[in-house]
Design a protein around this ligand. Structure first.
Ligand SMILES: NC(=O)C1=CN([C@@H]2O[C@H](COP(=O)(O)OP(=O)(O)OC[C@H]3O[C@@H](n4cnc5c(N)ncnc54)[C@H](O)[C@@H]3O)[C@@H](O)[C@H]2O)[C@@H](O)CC1
Ligand SMILES: [K+]
Length: 221
């Protein structure tokens, strides 16, 4: 696995080259990402209930896969999503549908008055699948509200790919930024983890492979 940090554009190019040039379906990459992340979560937080906060992009898609694999190993897990099934798309929708079909609890909070801070605060682990490499600028709307709720909780906080709010390239902590105890990052660490305020919000970084060979990562540099 490559340990050289990647920029936002580079890591997105890695995914694009894998899918378009080498024909690895995005759904397989997401499955590998979610399964690997679930294994790390089960290791660093071997007990306790787990809330997974999902945005509407593929970072949220990872969250539905993570929920399924944690459910398989018997963990109490609940998904909180900013977006209902009918408004999701692509691989995120497929994995949300599977989670829903399996009866994994999903609470959709698509209105300001349905934020449900108490419900989230009841969990001992909070997993941030709100924004990943598709994020631009300060987290907005419900995503910002949930980051603030998570940061105020006493739960163990785990970010998937990168903490929501952290600029992947500059390490600027936008307002608000999820302050993680652990960050489980796909393919390679991101440049922003070690510059700006990055090191103050990523916690312990765990790098996981998602089935992309090193030479594809090199092509994207
Ligand atoms: N096929 C792939 O490309 C893979 C992607 N993966 C995951 O997907 C992530 C990237 O997914 P996406 O490109 O869908 O992007 P994101 O999941 O980061 O989010 C994009 C969505 O967030 C919204 N958004 C952007 N900035 C915002 C802000 N500041 N406040 C509120 N909403 C905002 C956008 O309108 C868009 O709907 C990666 O970080 C990784 O976790 C992994 O599953 C591996 C495979
Ligand atoms: K995230």
């Amino acid at each position: 696995m490559s340990t050289l940090p990647l920029s936002r554009d580079q890591v997105r190019r890695v995914d694009q080259i894998s899918i378009e040039k080498y024909g690895i379906p995005g759904l397989i990459l997401m499955e590998n990402a979610g399964r690997a992340a679930a294994e790390v979560i089960h290791t660093v937080a071997p007990a306790g209930s787990i809330a997974i906060l999902c945005g509407k992009g593929n970072n949220g898609g990872d969250g539905y896969v993570i929920a399924r694999h944690l459910d398989i190993v018997g963990r109490k897990v609940k998904l909180f999503s900013t977006t209902g099934l009918s408004d999701l798309g692509g691989d995120a929708k497929i994995n949300a549908t599977i989670a829903d079909n399996l009866g994994i609890e999903i609470e959709v909070c698509d209105r300001k008055d349905s934020l449900n801070a108490e419900a989230i605060l009841a969990y001992s682990v909070i997993v941030d699948c709100l924004l990943g490499t598709g994020a631009v600028g300060n987290p907005r709307g419900r995503i910002a509200d949930w980051v603030r709720i998570a940061n105020a909780s006493e739960a163990m906080r785990i970010a998937i790919d990168l903490p929501t709010g952290l600029d992947c390239d500059t390490g600027q902590a936008n307002i608000p930024t999820f302050v993680a105890d652990h960050t489980i990052t796909m393919v390679a660490p991101k440049i922003g983890f070690n510059c700006g305020e990055g090191s103050t919000v990523v916690g312990k970084v765990h790098q996981v492979g998602i089935g992309i060979p090193c030479r594809v990562v090199d092509e994207a540099r």
